[in-house]
Design a protein around this ligand. Structure first.
Ligand code: PDD
Length: 258
């Protein structure tokens, strides 16, 4: 009778772990708290206590590299749309994964475009992920590793990542934060690293056509860091090989995280 199971009435976070330490932890926990507030779901503990619990979980599981998953649901009550459980449900687990030695960093990934059929509050990291599951299944069926979702002709984001392009004049472009996308924690960190490196960064929406004729394209997320996109709907991006800016930002992000 958990409302997460019955109504997808819950929120989650995925945080990377490198060398046994959390990556971008403060921004993931801040977003976790914001998502809970947006849905009026009780936050079970202060963020410091959650972070201490995550560290203990990582230590007890002896995980050096991988991800920590956190989820809070409104809690358990008889099925009724308006039920108000006494307390939220909190779940956390680790998943060991090789994040640095990801072959996709060298080969690049392929993405397919699909209509964005999600709800209008994508800034909340809700466990209501059916649209993304369907998009990922369609992408996989077409031999791609990610789906870029399209709304009103513009790319919103990847099914589980932030979408970026590098224009022919070398400007890094990603969509501004709004209710249309999840404000990516990796996006924020990569943006800061890019600026410090002297790159030009523009926050604006871009179309699929612009992406297909871009010099480079890439995605960012906690579980993939930065990955180059080399193909969009069977059209090669640039020369069809991973580009130098994506590689540079991936290197900077990993170096800053360790
Ligand atoms: N997904 N956009 C969407 C829709 C996402 O689901 C994610 C992350 C991102 C990137 O956010 P961040 O950089 O904070 O991870 C953007 C996680 C990894 C997941 O669902 O597994």
């Amino acid at each position: 009778m958990d409302r997460g199971f019955l109504f997808a009435d819950g929120i989650y976070e995925v945080t990377a772990v490198l060398d046994g330490r959390l990556v971008d932890s403060a921004s993931h926990l801040a977003r976790f708290q914001r998502s809970a507030e947006a849905l009026a779901i009780a936050f079970p503990w202060p963020v410091d206590a959650i972070e201490a619990m995550e560290r203990e979980l990582i230590a007890r599981n002896g995980m050096e590299e991988g991800t920590v998953y956190l989820q809070i649901t409104r809690g358990v009550a008889e099925r009724d749309f308006l039920s108000e459980p006494d307390s939220p449900t909190f779940v956390a687990f680790t998943q060991p994964k090789r994040l640095i030695d990801n072959p996709a960093a060298d080969t690049g990934i392929k993405v397919v475009s699909l209509p964005d059929i999600r709800w209008a509050r994508r800034d909340i990291k809700s466990v209501m992920l059916l649209a993304q599951v369907l998009a990922k299944r369609e992408a996989a069926a077409r031999g791609a590793q990610e789906a870029w979702m399209i709304e009103d002709g513009f790319v919103t984001e990847g099914a589980s990542s932030t979408a970026w392009i590098v224009t022919t004049d070398g400007t890094l472009v990603t969509r501004p934060n709004s209710r249309a996308i999840l404000p990516g924690c990796t996006r924020a960190a990569v943006e800061a690293l890019g600026l410090a490196e002297g790159l030009r960064i523009e926050e604006r929406a871009f179309t699929l056509t612009e992406a297909q004729s871009a010099r480079e394209a890439m995605v960012t997320s906690a579980s993939t860091f930065v990955l180059p996109v080399v193909m969009i709907d069977d059209r090669p991006v640039g020369d069809g090989r991973p580009g130098p800016i994506a590689a540079k930002l991936r290197g900077l992000y990993i170096a800053a995280a360790r």
